[in-house]
Design a protein around this ligand. Structure first.
Ligand code: FAD
Length: 432
């Protein structure tokens, strides 16, 4: 290379450096985000749509995306009363797994897990899906026997699941305390290697951007305050930004599903309760597996930022107050410190709660209603994040075709009349 080329190269490099210099940062500081490209456009409501999805969490956004992408329904709107992902989608502890006990659950959560495996490519957006494995530990002989039964059931459905001895657990998770004389001794556990975590906000943003590109109107800061019907048929919705005519309405509002159902005089078998979580200050990477304990309502993982993310159980009372409370996390932290003594040296950074919608059998509702054109997708309780792509995919199919497919069929509201419940309380109602 000639010297003049080198000079030109170094001058260009110096120019580049100046562009990113402290002065440049200061010059652009007042612009806030003005020069950032918007990931999706902010639409105002039109007077009519072919379908409206209520709820801008992951499930609602996924539904809108698949309606547009698979069924060609692009004249649709997604209505969110706050901001996208501001509900449970942005509040959850991001655990994804499909190792459920019953066939109906295995079908839906495995369908979702397969979609997770290709989601970043599908959306062209990195949702940071990390298959780091989810390990559920047991503290009693009884629990261990129940686990082994569950592992067999899971494997019969073609889903990966392995029993682990305490020694194998210690090898996988060196930070765990497996001393036999602690309050919650580790007697064994079961591992799903394909399970893991994803970045929750990115899931909402990825679906929003992809849906917007397909023509879906994404309308934020717009609350649905009424459902309009003509006898047994839905004809539109009332919102804080005016009325919208539509023959199809999909309600995906998690903890507020009973409120929406009430607008159509429907009673859902749902209890809405705050679910609690906390995170610690960030530390260097030390934990690359998710660990759950159903018996003590404790689960822990390390985020990509380095925070220890700790999830607890639900508050003991129904409430719409989306706030953190201490009694439940306090119980969880006591067990967590026993199992992971290093936690006692960490400062906790934040705690929060989100309103989850729990059905009596801890399984979701994906269903038509007696009102034509009105559909509900709710009841995911403490464990719906993992289902996000599968839930949206199946709900879009139900709305587009007005009939449930084979995965959705068992999740109809009718099961509360027939008694064909999908009792996953041990799996979904307790931990995540
Ligand atoms: C602390 C915590 C930890 C959790 N951990 C896990 C986990 O590790 N793994 C897992 O699988 N699941 C977990 N979950 C559960 C999971 O977060 C939820 O099941 C899932 O995110 C529900 O998604 P969604 O899109 O249905 O709901 P949301 O994200 O809550 O979206 C519903 C949206 O509807 C909007 N809305 C409500 N009413 C109206 C209205 N009238 N008009 C317009 N919009 C309205 C809300 O503002 C909200 O944005 C956890 C939940 C919490 C709270």
């Amino acid at each position: 290379m000639a010297k003049s080329d080198l000079d030109r190269g170094s001058r260009a490099f110096t120019r580049k450096l100046k562009r990113y210099s402290i002065f440049s940062i200061a010059r652009h500081a007042g612009n806030y985000h003005q020069e950032w490209q918007q990931a999706w456009s902010h639409a105002e409501p039109k007077t009519a749509y072919d379908a409206v999805i209520i709820g801008g969490g992951g499930h609602g956004l996924a539904t809108a995306y698949y309606l547009a992408n698979i069924y060609g329904m692009t004249n649709i709107a997604l209505i969110e009363k706050g901001w996208l992902g501001g509900g449970n989608t942005g509040r959850n502890t991001t655990i994804i797994r499909s190792n459920y006990m019953w066939d109906e659950s295995a079908a839906i959560y495995e369908h979702a897990l397969k979609l997770w495996e290709g989601l970043s490519q599908d959306l062209n957006f990195n949702v940071m899906f990390s298959q780091r494995g989810v390990l559920t530990i047991s503290h009693s002989e009884h629990e261990l026997r129940e686990m082994s039964r569950r592992v067999h059931a899971i494997r019969l459905n073609g889903i990966d699941s392995d029993m682990l001895s305490p020694a194998a657990i210690k090898k996988l998770v060196p930070m765990i305390n497996i001393e036999p004389n602690i309050r919650y001794p580790v007697l064994g556990g079961f591992l799903q290697k394909r399970a893991g975590t994803a970045r929750h906000d990115a899931v909402a943003w990825g679906y929003a951007r992809a849906a917007d590109e397909l023509g879906v109107d994404i309308i934020q800061n717009c609350e649905v305050v009424g459902l309009r019907r003509n006898k047994d048929k839905i004809i539109g919705i009332e919102t804080t930004k005016g009325n919208i005519k539509t023959p199809k309405v999909g309600c995906v509002v998690a903890g507020h599903s009973s409120v929406l159902a009430d607008m159509a005089n429907i009673k859902l078998p749902i209890a809405s309760r705050p679910l609690q979580a906390i995170v610690s200050e960030p530390i260097k990477p030390i934990l690359d597996t998710v660990i759950m304990s159903n018996a003590v309502h404790m689960y822990i993982s390390q985020s990509d930022k380095g925070e220890m993310v700790l999830g607890a159980g639900v508050d003991k009372y129904n409430s719409y107050a989306q706030t953190g409370s201490w009694p439940i996390p306090e119980h969880m932290v006591a067990a967590a410190v026993d199992l992971f003594p290093f936690l006692s040296q960490l400062r906790m950074l934040r705690q929060w709660g989100g309103i989850v919608d729990i059905c009596p059998d801890a399984s979701p509702i994906i269903s038509k209603t007696d009102i034509r054109g009105l559909y509900f997708n709710c009841g995911w309780g403490t464990g719906g994040f993992k289902a996000t792509p599968g839930s949206g995919h199946i709900f879009a199919d139900l709305i587009a075709n007005d009939r449930p497919n084979s995965i959705a069929l068992p999740y109809s509201l009718k099961r509360f009349e027939t008694g064909f419940l999908i009792d996953e309380h041990g799996a979904a109602g307790v931990a995540h």
